[in-house]
Design a protein around this ligand. Structure first.
Ligand SMILES: NC(=O)c1ccc[n+]([C@@H]2O[C@H](COP(=O)([O-])OP(=O)(O)OC[C@H]3O[C@@H](n4cnc5c(N)ncnc54)[C@H](OP(=O)(O)O)[C@@H]3O)[C@@H](O)[C@H]2O)c1
Length: 394
């Protein structure tokens, strides 16, 4: 770590107050902004004694980090630039072999890929802030699965969210994790409602939407995400397979939209975002039911966008290619546990995905959050692939 350079040079480079505090708009506001109270966030404990409370911006992230006595952040590297600011206590910091004790007010600037690590002794604690630009990938990946990643990003943007699935235990674990991740400030922000609901059962859908609306005070954004891979060619798929698949894919979107519609009509910025698949536009005979049923979902999205667009309700479809979620991690564990995950997914992607890799859940969540935002106020009836270029179609 180099010591501070000439402070006068820094002051000169800042410029004058008039230009610094200009209120002249030279572009569109990039968002609505929000307040966060860090003390109200529950830390996520990655390793014993090391608590993370990340707060996500659009192009940057701060992580409020607490080190208990004897906590260790092992030596590591990453592609994001990082600035460490010590708030309280002390920390031994190893910046690429330059080892120093950092105390309140000390700052370490760590360029991308520079190895570093930090630890407290058995007698010391430390509170510090890590600033990352762009946001640190591995912190975004605290959330796994598309539904969880979408909920996490909407939460980070200040929304209250309600999630459902059929498995009460998994749902509660997800909700607990989301609550930990919620980087929110006022009384509504950080609210996570979780309710067991099978979206193929109409009464359960109605009850879920009703409960969510009364807990959140309204409903502006419906994300239809339920689904799952159903492999099978024409010769192997039974009528039951076809029925089960169309229930969870097409009818869940129909029923959830129908149940949410009265509330969406009361919203000032209503959105329906349907999570679909590129196989709906580019059928794969090995996933025949999924391909055919997703094509009907795409048609539903387009037709609904035309009907509901007249009322100002924006309906769009986000079409997934190959994104690494627990369903694919299970496939990896079943098929080739001895092959490293990167290699397994790399081989699968090589044949079909021009970018040559699986996507990550946060890469889908970013688009969904954009479509839900005011910045997407003129996008309706769009069918947008998040698929790394996969799909031979125009
Ligand atoms: N990952 C990909 O590569 C990929 C590719 C194309 C399309 N997609 C689509 O993207 C969406 C999310 O994908 P993912 O990879 O995160 O899938 P996933 O891991 O299989 O998750 C699907 C989610 O849907 C829920 N679900 C399934 N059936 C349900 C039902 N009847 N009622 C309520 N919840 C139900 C599941 O929870 P429970 O099982 O606990 O109910 C789970 O939370 C799905 O619609 C999937 O088909 C994903």
């Amino acid at each position: 770590m180099s010591d501070t350079a000439n402070p006068n040079a820094v002051a000169e480079s800042i410029g004058d107050a008039e230009s610094h505090f200009t209120s002249e708009a030279r572009g569109e506001p990039a968002g609505t902004g929000r307040y966060v109270n860090v003390d109200s966030l529950s830390p996520v404990e990655f390793v014993p004694g090391l608590g993370f409370r990340p707060v996500l911006g659009q192009r940057a992230m701060t992580n409020f980090v607490s080190f208990g006595p004897g906590a260790v952040a092992p030596r590591h590297v990453h592609e994001e630039e990082q600035i460490v600011i010590i708030l309280d206590g002390e920390l031994v910091f190893d910046l690429d072999g330059d080892v120093r004790t950092m105390r309140r007010g000390d700052v370490a600037v760590i360029p991308a890929w520079v190895p570093h690590g930090a630890w407290t002794t058995e007698d010391t604690c430390c509170e510090e802030i890590d600033v990352f630009c762009p946001p640190r990938e591995s912190l975004l990946k605290l959330a796994k699965g598309l539904g969880k990643a979408i909920a996490a990003e909407l939460l980070a943007e200040g929304a209250a969210v309600a999630i459902c699935s059929r498995n009460a235990d998994e749902l509660e674990a997800t909700a607990a994790e989301l609550r930990k991740l919620a980087a929110e400030g006022d009384s509504r922000l950080g609210l996570v409602i979780a309710m067991k609901c099978d979206v193929t059962v109409p009464d359960q859908v109605a009850e879920f939407i009703e409960s969510a609306v009364s807990a959140m005070g309204g409903l502006d954004i419906l994300v239809n995400n339920a689904g799952g891979a159903r492999p099978g060619q024409f010769g192997t798929l039974t009528d039951d397979d076809w029925h089960a698949d169309i229930e969870v894919k097409l009818f869940s979107q129909i029923r959830c939209t129908r149940a949410a519609l009265p509330q969406l009509r009361r919203s000032t910025a209503p959105r329906v975002i349907n999570i679909n698949a590129v196989y709906g536009r580019y059928p794969d005979p090995a996933f025949l039911a999924s391909s055919v049923n997703r094509a009907s979902c795409l048609s539903l999205s387009k037709a609904l966008s035309m009907e509901l667009g007249r009322e100002g309700i924006l309906v769009n479809s986000v079409n997934i290619g190959l994104v690494e979620t627990p369903q694919w991690q299970n496939i990896h564990r079943r098929r080739a546990p001895e092959v490293p995950a990167e290699e397994f997914f790399g081989q699968l992607a090589a044949a079909e995905v021009p970018l040559g890799r699986f996507g990550q859940p946060h890469e889908v969540a970013g688009l969904v959050t954009f479509l839900a935002s005011d910045r997407a106020s003129y996008i309706a009836g769009a069918s947008i692939d998040v698929a790394g270029g996969m799909g031979k179609f125009l």
